[in-house]
Design a protein around this ligand. Structure first.
Ligand SMILES: O=C1N[C@]2(CO1)C[C@H](C(=O)N1CCC(COc3ccc(F)cc3Cl)CC1)C2
Length: 321
């Protein structure tokens, strides 16, 4: 009847890209309007907080930094500042559910979302600097994101630097019984949380461990079973991809790492067909090498800046000179 017609007429076609007039601005988990923060909006409409470190002169290359589980891209400021000194344009974002980005804290429906969002940000920066080579630097879970991102675009990256990447499960934490129980629990209570990341294993430098524990942008809660399953799925995906990895990479791993087993890095280095690959083992090094004892952190910065700058292709104009 006419009331149905009139109610239909009242339906306003809302254009999702334009906020409703008078709609409250989208705010970060810390309450800051995204209109005041550098950000991108991912394919699910979630706002991701971004950071950019732009060199003064012409940049020589783009470097995307992928942070790990439960942390955010802020702690990479020192590394990014160093890369900026070499005229590299560094950019990063807080992955969904991390730091100042939207999304359920340290949880993800599908690990592929991290890779899709990274490619969106990389493609955005490539569109702004079409002639620059692109590198990725990834730590821990961010290393897994970096590996799977480079595998999706095998010819697109001049190089990938992996700092203690998550490649294989820690055998102690992934005994067949524990994996079986995790899968069983995932069906029954996926939101059940397991233990949280033990910060004492992050670094031998207790000031770094204290900074991590005090950083409110880090997630200090327990790890959901469902999140652990996504990490396991990513590990299985990498196992399948490694035999076809042919892009250049640098692996840095501590042999006292208790969070991401060094065997994963050794396996990747030994089994990938890439002809341009390097692994550097830090004796006694803990997980977050870039935040380990000062001499280790310094060596990591030197290794990665040297490796990246040596992997910047000479531009045709230079060759012509
Ligand atoms: O400086 C830094 N580094 C950080 C924090 O701050 C460490 C953290 C990070 O990414 N990981 C450390 C923990 C690890 C747990 O792994 C699992 C747990 C349950 C499971 F079922 C399957 C897996 Cl694979 C994943 C990788 C980033």
């Amino acid at each position: 009847g006419s009331d149905v017609l009139s109610s239909l007429l009242r339906v306003s076609v809302t254009d999702s890209s334009m906020p409703e007039p008078g709609a409250a601005p989208r705010r970060s988990p810390q309450g800051v309007p995204y209109s005041d923060l550098p950000h991108i909006v991912n394919a699910d409409g979630l706002h991701l907080f971004c950071r950019y470190w732009e060199p003064a002169g012409q940049p020589r290359a783009l470097v995307f930094i992928a942070h790990g589980a439960g942390e955010h891209c802020g702690p990479y400021d020192e590394m990014a500042q160093k890369l900026k000194e070499f005229s590299l344009l560094v950019f990063a974002h807080d992955h969904v559910g991390h730091g100042q980005s939207e999304g359920d804290r340290m949880n993800i429906k599908d690990f592929q979302i991290y890779i899709r969002d990274s490619l969106q940000h990389i493609d955005l920066m490539k569109s702004r600097h079409p002639d620059l080579p692109v590198f990725i630097v990834g730590h821990s879970m961010g290393g897994a994101i970096s590996i799977l991102t480079a595998c999706e675009r095998p010819g697109d990256f001049a190089g990938v630097v992996l700092i203690a990447p998550l490649v294989q499960m820690n055998p102690e934490s992934a005994t067949p019984f524990k994996v079986f129980m995790a899968k069983l629990l995932n069906h029954m209570v996926p939101s059940l949380t397991m233990g949280s990341i033990e910060s004492k294993w992050l670094s031998r430098d207790k000031r770094q461990v204290e900074a991590y524990d005090a950083d409110e942008l880090n997630y200090h809660g327990g790890m959901r079973v469902s999140f652990g399953m996504q990490l396991m799925a990513a590990v299985e995906r990498m196992e399948r991809e490694i035999p076809s990895i042919s892009w250049p990479f640098l692996l840095l791993h501590g042999d006292a790492d208790k969070l991401c087993d060094i065997r994963g890095s050794r396996m990747m280095h030994d089994n990938s067909p890439s002809t341009d690959k390097k692994i550097k083992i830090y004796e006694g090094g803990y997980h977050a090498l870039h935040h380990d004892l000062p001499e280790v952190a310094e060596s990591v910065l030197k290794e990665l800046t040297t490796w990246i700058t040596e992997h910047i292709p000479a531009t045709t104009s230079q060759e012509a000179q």
